[in-house]
Design a protein around this ligand. Structure first.
Ligand code: PGA
Length: 253
């Protein structure tokens, strides 16, 4: 059985005070449960503080991106070794906004995925098609290609602990969610690609999240699907009330 994983991607929102207040508010609302994992991915300046604030709570902390090198002359970048040294456990890799605005490619995603594993960070590997690609029936081909490239050279043992987030670009921040059936179909295709790359047992171990306008009102249906094991949530993760409801849906799935 795959444990559901609900991750909040705050993107470039909140001040330090708001971030700390969020964790305090969320702590009061989250039920202790080992049935699901709850992850918050705040902006980088708050990572260390939130790692401390979430100690003893059922909340884990992830970064929104990282550089692939352990260290070096890369002004402004944050390395996996740095993330590891402050207690970060997860890192989102290849979010569509990173691909769209910061020139991330399938190749750089692959380098970062491998580097995350080298530093004992769990990557949340994002894939997904644009509206144009969906409308030209290219979804399956695009997503398969993204998965194959992201996992190139990744060992079976590492791959089994990876998380993949299927996020159709047209559903992110738009209020337009893929239907649960459509989302599940693509997540099933992703699992089939992982079976081809590794084995059935590895593919069955990998958790696949859906992301794109997930909210308390639609998460239950999404999580009831056979190949959807969690959610990567932007907008609805910013409010402790709504994020607690999403976490609870994960624990009940
Ligand atoms: P959204 O964002 O939930 O606001 O659509 C999802 C994401 O970007 O991961």
């Amino acid at each position: 059985m795959r444990k559901p994983i609900i991750a909040g991607n705050w993107k470039m929102y909140k001040t330090m005070d708001e971030a700390v207040a969020f964790v305090e508010a969320l702590a009061g609302k989250l039920k202790e449960s080992d049935k699901a994992e709850t992850v918050i991915c705040p902006p980088a300046p708050y990572l260390a503080t939130l790692v401390e604030k979430s100690e003893g709570l059922p909340i884990r902390i992830g970064a929104q991106t990282m550089h692939e090198e352990a260290e070096g002359a890369f002004t402004g970048e944050i390395s996996p070794a740095m993330l590891k040294s402050i207690g970060v456990e997860f890192v989102v890799i290849g979010h569509s906004e990173r691909r769209q605005y910061f020139n991330e490619t399938d190749e750089s995603v692959n380098r970062k995925v491998k580097s995350a594993f080298e530093h004992q960070l769990t990557p949340i590997v994002c894939v997904g098609e644009t509206l144009e690609q969906r409308e030209s029936n290219a979804t399956s081909a695009i997503v398969s290609e993204q998965v194959k490239k992201a996992f190139a050279g990744v060992s079976e043992t590492d791959a089994a602990s990876a998380i993949v987030a299927y996020e159709p670009v047209w559903a992110i921040g738009t209020g337009r969610t893929a239907t649960a059936e459509d989302a599940n179909e693509v997540c099933g295709q992703i699992r089939a690609v992982l079976t081809e790359l590794y084995s059935d047992s590895v593919a069955q171990a990998i958790r696949i999240q859906y992301g794109g306008s997930v909210k308390p009102g639609n998460i239950e249906e999404l999580l009831s699907m056979s190949d959807i094991d969690g959610a990567l949530v932007g907008g609805a993760s910013l409010d402790p009330e709504s994020f607690a409801a999403l976490a609870e849906a994960g624990a009940n799935a």
